[in-house]
Design a protein around this ligand. Structure first.
Ligand code: PGA
Length: 240
């Protein structure tokens, strides 16, 4: 595990963007796992400004997003993760829209417990080369909430109360926050060849501490699944 400390979220976001751009320059067919939320937003802004300088092309890059809400009210569809990604990244780069993957469409109503077809799709693409991750205050990675099994695959998830609370800042009313999502599993995430985890702000300190000092997987802190990953870079403004 490689922990990179930065003075600010801005500096850390630039580093994250540089690592992605470098990855694409080394492999134009890169398979990229992407995260949403306030953590990676600035990083995507740096990527799109580099793209404007014609520094990098996403033409042959494939992306797999970590998760997506289900059960959004119609007027909240701009809270979908697909909307977030279009707005912050996809609409500004030359990615082939057919190469963009989400585990589910946010408007899907016919739900099932198992979405492991997504894991198969990732494997067919050759596996994820670089996976971007945020981390929840409760230690979740993607929407693998406390209690998730180390071998879990992509599936329908009931969001933890703490996640619903944390995400309510984006909604008018906490009752509008979706209660369910489809998320890549822990097993899917740890299979990525390289993982870049971003964590900014003191609210992430407890979860990040659990990961940094973990000696085995602790279901209460799903982030600890990364403790022995062979290529994990943590970008943070939290001092340890
Ligand atoms: P945030 O969420 O980036 O909005 O803090 C991260 C997460 O819950 O994984």
């Amino acid at each position: 595990m490689n922990v990179l400390y930065f003075k600010s979220k801005e500096d850390g976001s630039i580093k994250g963007a540089e690592l992605i751009i470098e990855g694409i320059k080394q492999n134009k067919n890169l398979v990229l796992g992407l995260a949403t939320g306030s953590t990676p937003e600035q990083m995507y802004n740096y990527i799109t400004s580099n793209y404007k300088n014609k520094d990098v092309s996403f033409k042959d890059v494939k992306t797999f997003n970590l998760d997506e809400y289900v059960g959004l009210k119609n007027e909240d569809e701009n809270q979908s993760y697909r909307y977030f990604m279009d707005k912050n990244l996809f609409n500004h780069i030359d990615i082939n829209k057919e190469n963009i993957n989400f585990p589910i469409n946010f408007s899907e109503t016919n739900l099932k417990p198992d979405y492991s077809y997504y894991d198969e799709l990732i494997a067919k693409a050759g596996g994820i080369d670089i996976q971007i991750l945020g981390i929840g205050n409760n230690g979740h990675i993607a929407f693998n909430e406390p209690g998730s099994k180390i071998g879990s695959k992509t599936r329908l998830i009931d969001l933890a109360e703490s996640t619903i609370q944390a995400n309510s800042r984006f909604f008018k009313d906490i009752n509008d926050v979706p209660k369910k999502a489809v998320s890549m599993g822990i097993d899917t995430i740890i299979k990525a060849k390289k993982i870049i985890l971003l964590a900014f702000g003191d609210s992430k300190k407890e979860a990040l501490t659990k990961l940094i000092y973990a000696k085995s997987y602790d279901e209460n802190w799903p982030c600890t699944a990364l403790w022995n990953h062979k290529d994990l870079t943590i970008i943070t403004d939290i001092e340890f």
